[in-house]
Ligand binder design. Structure first.
Ligand SMILES: [Zn+2]
Length: 138
């Protein structure tokens, strides 16, 4: 099935536009627009930009070598695929760099960030998958 060889985020000037399965590349989320009633005049519908996950998204927790915990995102068809730790780590680094660059950080800050994640490795991938992101206290 998947090969973990693509970028799992598609960014534009406003940030992440599209989110893809890290394994096979199927779309699992992205920016979308929803209509909500205006606060001042509920009879009027306003278009609001939201960031949504599709129903096929699954999350798996990973442990990184700096003792932090992160989550990878895959589609429901890939929940039982074995996770290529090195390739996934690389995907995460590329996505972080992309986000950093697009968010307008200074070259100095980007370099510091790059240095910090350069040697990061995935130690463990949870076997259990979740249908929604777990919110953790830091
Ligand atoms: Zn997939």
């Amino acid at each position: 099935m998947g090969n973990f060889d693509h970028n799992y985020t598609v960014c534009d000037d406003f940030g992440v536009k599209e989110l893809k399965c890290m394994c096979c590349g199927a779309q699992i989320g992205g920016r979308t627009y929803t209509e909500v009633p205006s606060r001042t005049n509920p009879a009027v519908m306003e278009k609001v930009m939201t960031y949504g996950y599709h129903s096929n998204i699954r999350f798996k927790e990973i442990e990184l070598s700096d003792n932090s915990v992160a989550q990878i995102m895959i589609c429901q068809d890939c929940v039982n695929e074995s996770i290529d730790k090195d390739k996934v780590m690389n995907q995460i680094k590329v996505a972080w760099e992309d986000e950093c660059t697009k968010s307008g950080l200074s070259a100095d800050k980007i370099k510091k960030h790059k240095d910090r994640i350069k040697d990061l490795k995935i130690l463990k991938v949870a076997t259990e998958a979740f249908t929604s992101a777990k919110v953790r206290e830091k």
